[in-house]
Design a protein around this ligand. Structure first.
Ligand code: LLP
Length: 425
């Protein structure tokens, strides 16, 4: 569900015509809908609140990696959303956007000592420890600061899942988390240290997961481990269930709903008396954004292939090149005429700069606008300036108002980050 709909034949973001935004900001550009972000967070909050008895006062911590724009984060923060972060930069963004440290979770497989120290200073709610070596380093950093941060041990339950092999994180060979058989001993070791306070367990098994079974398996593993730890006299008061629920990129109607997903978690955790945390990224943001792009030219070749050459490239939206990801592409204003099959490509000098092959679209001409749907998560955050293309800007819409929330840099701004080595004169 999103708020990008046609009004009088032209696609709008809420009530703002995308044509207006393209004219004012130029293309390519990401456009986000406040109403969609708000709706998705609201559905999640409602589901979690319905199951307060089993999930406690659950934290919904938006996975900042999915969309770290400060205005997007501030929109969610105002609604009460927390933040799941994986770097000092993400913690800083969350704080700057108005998320209190007490609603920030710090995850990640490679936190540096400096980042751990920063997280302690920011008084984040919880640090998710992903390995024995990391626990040792955290203990040393915390001891030096006289702190005793609350931590969760991220367990690798050996259940990998996700929309693509490259976005699976819970499999036995994945780098993430502590192997399930080692986790209880590590938890006990943490409990024995005066410099950390183990409060719970965490997991995150993958992304774009479209059935509940693997998630349920992972949550059950956390439940079993909680009971085992408690039987050993250790306290476990929080379970962080990670993110990972998929969204309907293909217009699927059979995906688990937020209510199904949270309801399943509540059933698994029922009676444990823990406080749950969720780390949704894609679920909140994907359908809240589109990438707006203009057709540079239509290259109809004599071999029958028609290339629609867009002004957006793989540097602006990496997902198709990285994960063979599917994004629905629609004409902002449909022209009458016969549907054709287009290869949608960008201008980058790489053969992976292909968004889709033989996509069926209404007739398009140079200068027409198209929108990549479902681009609000893992879109702008993965963008680069490859081929010296200015970083793609971002626009946030709220009803009939809109703001540029990340501007397109000028070429001078780009060069200003590259001071010339003094010996080059
Ligand atoms: N928590 C942790 C610890 C994570 O590593 C992730 C995502 C999330 C939460 C949020 O997962 P989500 O709810 O968004 O599925 N760039 C890829 C996705 C990478 C996901 C990495 N971890 C893509 O565009 O499909």
């Amino acid at each position: 569900m999103h708020h990008f709909d046609r009004i009088d034949g032209a696609l709008h973001a809420e009530t703002v015509p995308l044509e207006t935004l393209a004219g004012a900001v130029g293309t390519p550009a990401y456009v986000y809908s406040t109403a969609t972000l708000t709706r998705h967070y609201g559905l999640f909050r409602e589901a979690v609140d319905t199951h307060r008895g089993s999930l406690g006062d659950a934290l919904i911590a938006f996975a900042v990696k999915a969309n770290s724009n400060l205005s997007v984060l501030a929109t969610l923060a105002r609604l009460g959303c927390g933040a799941d972060t994986v770097s000092e930069g993400e913690i800083r963004r969350a704080l700057k956007a108005g998320v209190s440290g007490q609603r920030i979770v710090f995850s990640g497989v490679g936190k540096t000592d400096a980042e751990l120290a920063f997280a302690l200073e920011a008084r984040v709610r919880q640090i998710n420890v992903e390995s024995a070596v990391e626990l040792d380093r955290l203990i040393a950093v915390a001891a030096a600061k006289g702190a005793a941060p609350e931590i969760a041990i991220r367990v690798n339950p050996k259940i990998g899942a996700g929309g693509h092999a490259r976005i699976t994180t819970g499999g036995a060979t994945d780098k993430f988390g502590v192997p399930a058989e080692e986790a209880p001993a590590l938890y006990a070791r943490a409990a024995a240290s005066p410099h950390v306070t183990p409060v719970g367990l965490a997991c995150h098994i993958g992304s774009q997961i479209t059935t509940l079974e693997p998630l349920e398996g992972a949550f059950r593993a956390l439940r079993e481990m909680t009971l085992a730890l408690r039987a050993g006299g250790l306290a476990v008061s929080r379970l962080d269930l990670g993110g990972g629920l998929g969204v309907p990129y293909h217009g699927q109607t059979d995906l688990p709903s937020i209510a199904d997903y949270v309801g399943m978690a509540a059933r698994v955790l029922d009676g444990l008396e823990v406080e749950a945390a969720f780390e949704p990224g894609r679920l909140l943001a994907a359908n809240a954004g589109v990438l707006l792009s203009r057709v540079i030219q239509v290259n109809a070749r004599s071999d029958g292939r028609t290339f629609l050459v867009l002004d957006a490239g793989m540097n602006d939206l990496m997902r198709p090149a990285l994960y063979d990801a599917f994004h629905d592409v629609v004409a902002v204003r449909e022209r009458p005429g016969e549907v054709g099959a287009y290869d949608l490509v960008g201008p980058i000098c790489e053969s992976t700069d292909v968004f889709a092959r033989e996509r069926r679209l209404p007739p398009l001409e140079a200068g027409d606008l198209v929108a990549f749907m479902g681009a609000g998560a893992y879109g702008a955050v993965l963008a680069s300036e490859y081929n010296s293309r200015p970083l793609v800007p971002e626009v946030l819409v709220d009803g009939d108002r809109w703001a540029v929330v990340r501007s397109r840099p000028s070429y001078d701004e780009m060069w200003s980050r590259e001071p010339k080595a003094d010996w080059l004169g």
